[in-house]
Design a protein around this ligand. Structure first.
Ligand code: UD1
Length: 419
C-alpha cells in the first residue's frame, strides 16, 4: 500500500532549535513493563510514533485501559489478563517480542507469533528463549507460533548472554522483576534504554542493580505498583538532526537531549570537522566547514557507535572531502540506504560488513525509497544536502521512529513537506 511521500527541496542551511522527543527504544519496553505493575502508570515524554501506538494497541488487546494527553500516556493494567498477541499486531511492530517477558511475568502464559526476519536481515530470538527456559519457562514452537508457559522459577539463575542483545536483556529483566528468585544477567546490554527500563521498574518497586554495567542483578518481588515516569530523550533522533545540520553546513541547538549518552556519536561528528558543544541537556552543533572524511566508523554495542546512527553518518559522509570506511558489526543487512544514496549521486561501495564511501562534491535530488526506518532517515538527511528535489516514498518506516520529522525540520529552515 503506497501512502504519503516526503518532498524535500535541498540546499538550505538549517539553523535554529529542535527539541528532541522521548526515545522510541525506551518507550516500547516501558509500555510493555506497565503490564507488570497491575495499576496505573503515567508515562511522560512519550513520543507520538507509529511503533508506540502499536504498543498501545497491544496493551489494549491484553485488557489495559489507555489514555493519552499530549505526550503523557496513562496505562491502567489492573484488569489486564490477556495472554495472546495476535499475528496482525506482531507484524505491525517487530519489537513486540519485548511483550513476551512482560506478559509471561504478568499472567504466566503467552502466545505470540515468531517475529521472523525483517528489513535488517534475520532477527533471531534464540537468546531470549534460551534465557527464559533457564528461568523455568516451557516453550513450544509450532507453525510459527510460540507458546510459552511459566514453570517453577529457580531460586537463582545465572545467565550469560553470548552477545549483549538489547531485546534479550529486556525480556529477562521483565520476566524476572515479578515473583521470587535472583536472576543475574552477565554480558547484559549496557544501552541507556536498558537503564531507563530499569529506572521505571525500580520506581514501580522492582529490585534491580547493575544497570549501565554488563552485569545486572534482578531480585523478584511479589508485586509492583504503578508510578509516574518520564522517558529518556531519543539519542538516535538527536543524532539524525546532527546529521541534518552537518550536511547543510548548518547550526542547530538540540534541546532536551542527554549528551552523556552520545559521546560516540559526538566524536564522529567532531572528526568530520563539526563543532560539537554539549551543555547540560543541550548539544549545539555548528558545521561551517566542509565535511571531512573520517577514519573507520565501527558499529558496536553501547558505549560503541550505535548501528542505528550508521546510515545517518553514511549519508553525511557521501558529501565529505575524502574516503571513509564504515564497518557494520551488529546487523547483517544494514546498508539499505546505499543504493538509494547512489541514485542521488553518492559513491558508495558496500560489501558484507564494509562500506567504502568516496565523498562527492554534490548530491542531486531523485525519487528514492525508504527500505527501513534509519535508512529512511538517512535519505531525509541526504536530501537536505542535495541540489534539487528529492521525493521519498515508503515513509511509514520513518514514522515508526520520528514524530513528524517534517515539522521539526521545517521549523529550522528546511523545505520539506508531506504529500
Ligand atoms: C535493539 C533496538 C534497535 C537497535 C539494536 C542494536 C529496540 C526496539 N531496538 O534491537 O534499534 O538497532 O537494539 O542496538 O530497542 N541476536 C541474536 N539472537 C538473539 C537476539 C539478538 O543473534 O536472540 C543478534 C541480532 O541478530 C543482532 C544482534 O544480536 O545481530 C543485536 O540484536 P539486539 O541487541 O537484540 O537488537 P534488538 O533488541 O532487536
Amino acid at each position: 500500500m503506497e501512502s504519503s511521500r516526503l518532498l524535500i527541496e535541498g540546499g538550505r542551511r538549517l539553523t535554529g532549535e529542535i527539541t528532541v522527543h522521548g526515545a522510541k527504544n525506551s518507550v516500547l519496553p516501558i509500555l510493555a513493563a506497565t503490564l507488570l505493575c497491575g495499576g496505573v502508570s503515567s508515562i511522560h515524554n512519550c513520543p507520538g510514533l507509529s511503533d508506540a501506538f502499536a504498543a498501545m494497541r497491544i496493551l489494549r488487546s491484553l485488557g489495559c485501559e489507555i489514555s493519552r494527553e499530549g505526550s503523557t500516556v496513562t496505562v491502567n493494567s489492573a484488569d489486564a489478563d490477556g495472554d495472546v498477541v495476535s499475528d496482525g499486531l506482531m507484524h505491525e511492530m517487530r519489537s513486540s517480542i519485548v511483550f513476551l517477558g512482560a506478559i509471561l511475568g504478568r499472567v504466566g502464559r503467552c502466545q505470540l507469533s515468531f517475529p521472523g526476519g525483517c528489513e535488517l536481515g534475520p532477527r533471531p530470538i534464540d537468546l531470549h528463549l534460551e534465557a527464559l527456559r533457564r528461568l523455568g519457562v516451557k516453550i513450544t514452537e509450532y507453525h510459527g507460533i510460540l507458546d510459552c508457559t511459566a514453570g517453577v522459577r529457580p531460586a537463582s539463575a545465572d545467565i550469560t548472554l553470548s552477545l549483549p542483545s538489547v531485546g534479550a536483556t529486556e525480556n529477562i529483566m521483565l520476566y524476572s522483576a515479578l515473583g521470587s528468585g535472583e536472576t543475574v544477567i552477565r554480558n547484559a546490554a549496557r544501552e541507556p534504554e536498558i537503564s531507563d527500563l530499569a529506572g521505571y521498574l525500580i520506581k514501580c518497586g522492582a529490585e534491580i542493580s547493575g544497570q549501565g554495567t554488563s552485569t545486572l542483578v534482578i531480585n523478584g518481588v511479589p508485586e509492583l505498583h504503578g508510578c509516574e515516569y518520564s522517558v529518556m530523550p531519543d539519542r538516535i533522533e538527536a543524532a539524525t538532526y546532527m546529521g541534518a545540520a552537518a550536511i547543510t553546513n548548518g547550526e542547530l541547538m538540540l534541546k532536551g537531549v542527554r549528551p552523556s549518552d552520545m559521546y560516540s556519536c559526538m566524536s564522529v561528528f567532531s572528526e568530520m570537522g563539526c563543532g560539537v558543544y554539549p551543555y547540560d541537556d543541550k548539544i549545539f552543533i555548528s558545521a561551517r566547514k566542509p565535511i571531512s572524511a573520517v577514519r573507520t566508523v565501527r558499529t558496536m554495542p553501547y558505549p560503541g557507535f550505535p548501528t542505528d546512527c550508521q546510515p545517518i553518518v553514511m549519508a553525511v559522509l557521501t558529501k565529505s572531502t575524502g574516503t571513509s570506511v564504515i564497518v557494520e558489526n551488529i546487523f547483517e543487512n544494514r546498508f539499505m540506504a546505499a543504493p538509494e544514496l547512489a541514485r542521488m549521486g553518492a559513491n558508495i561501495k558496500a560489501e558484507g560488513k564494509v562500506a567504502v564511501i568516496e565523498g562527492v562534491k554534490k548530491l542531486y535530488g531523485a525519487p528514492v525509497r525508504a527500505y527501513d526506518l534509519r535508512a529512511g532517515a538517512a535519505l531525509v538527511v541526504a536530501a537536505l544536502g542535495a541540489e534539487g528535489q528529492t521525493q521519498i516514498s515508503n515513509i511509514h518506516y520513518i514514522d515508526r521512529g520520528y514524530e513528524s520529522i517534517e515539522t521539526a525540520l521545517s521549523e529550522v529552515g528546511a523545505n520539506i513537506k508531506r504529500v
